[in-house]
Design a protein around this ligand. Structure first.
Ligand SMILES: C[S@@+](CC[C@H](N)C(=O)[O-])C[C@H]1O[C@@H](n2cnc3c(N)ncnc32)[C@H](O)[C@@H]1O
Length: 250
């Protein structure tokens, strides 16, 4: 198996276990997804492309909004099969197995999103292909909103919400996904801590000119359900960051 396949297929192997974790994960449901949602201006014409959509949980949340269409792709056949099954009744959603190198569309999107997918790129060339794909799939004026592993995060080897991050090499990070109650490890993944320069360079090469970084904070509901002490380190150490690029017309 090629190196790229091995790394990016981590979630295909986890399959249902990963989908089950995401469904109840406070970080995805009260930090990542709501924040991306607030950055989208919904209208009945809005088209959203979710790159590395996993089992389609994020797009399923968007079915409650006014949208024209929701499209997700992921390289994991297992997760796409789950996405199709779970989104059967949502006629505006469609999913396919694909990669940024292979994906093409004639219907351009208003937004492209990706939630913790870019850090699973194997190298900067692979990272660039995500930005190229997003740029080619967006309408002029459209935005690519990504949640990534924060290039500036340094609080390794300590529990942050229900995650623990361990630095393996200069850029390689091992993530332990923990159960909320006992903080026991459920599964692990390996990602790359790309620098801001890596992300900005990849975006620029793809054609994006306007870009900015944003912090994340949990929703009030997330704070109420899990409590301030659960979120404290996450708010202080910011393990994740939003990177937003807009396809400007000039
Ligand atoms: C951490 S999971 C995030 C999934 C989903 N975005 C979510 O919110 O739960 C990373 C996802 O990226 C997908 N992925 C990684 N590399 C990919 C690539 N080159 N092309 C398409 N999908 C990829 C994986 O299969 C996996 O589903």
């Amino acid at each position: 198996m090629k190196k790229r396949d091995k790394k990016s297929q981590q979630f295909d192997h986890l399959g249902k276990r990963y989908a089950f974790f995401v469904a109840k994960d406070p970080v995805r449901n009260f930090l990542h997804y709501p924040q991306i949602r607030t950055l989208i201006a919904f209208s009945p014409q809005t088209r959203v492309l979710d790159i590395g959509c996993g089992d389609g949980t994020f797009l399923r949340l968007l079915t409650k909004e006014k949208v024209r269409s929701l499209f997700g792709f992921d390289l994991s056949p297992q997760l796409i099969a789950l996405a199709k099954k779970q989104n059967r009744q949502h006629k505006k959603s469609s999913f396919t197995v694909s990669t940024p190198q292979k994906f093409t569309t004639t219907d351009l999107f208003d937004y492209a999103t990706s939630v913790m997918v870019l850090p699973y790129a194997t190298n900067t060339k692979d990272l660039q292909s995500f930005f190229r794909c997003a740029f080619a799939s967006l309408q002029p004026g459209g935005s690519f909103i990504s949640i990534v592993f924060n290039p500036l995060f340094h609080a390794f080897d300590t529990v942050v919400a229900n995650r623990k991050f361990t630095k393996m090499t200069k850029l390689k990070i091992r993530v332990s996904f923990l159960d909320v109650k006992h903080l026991r490890e459920i599964f692990t993944s390996q990602l790359t801590q790309f620098s801001q320069k890596h992300y900005e360079g990849a975006a620029e090469k793809a054609g994006f000119k306007k870009m900015h970084w944003q912090k994340l904070s949990p929703t009030d509901r997330g704070l109420r359900i899990y409590g301030g002490s659960f979120w404290k380190r996450c708010i202080k150490e910011q393990p994740y960051a939003i990177f937003l690029c807009t396809k400007t017309t000039r």
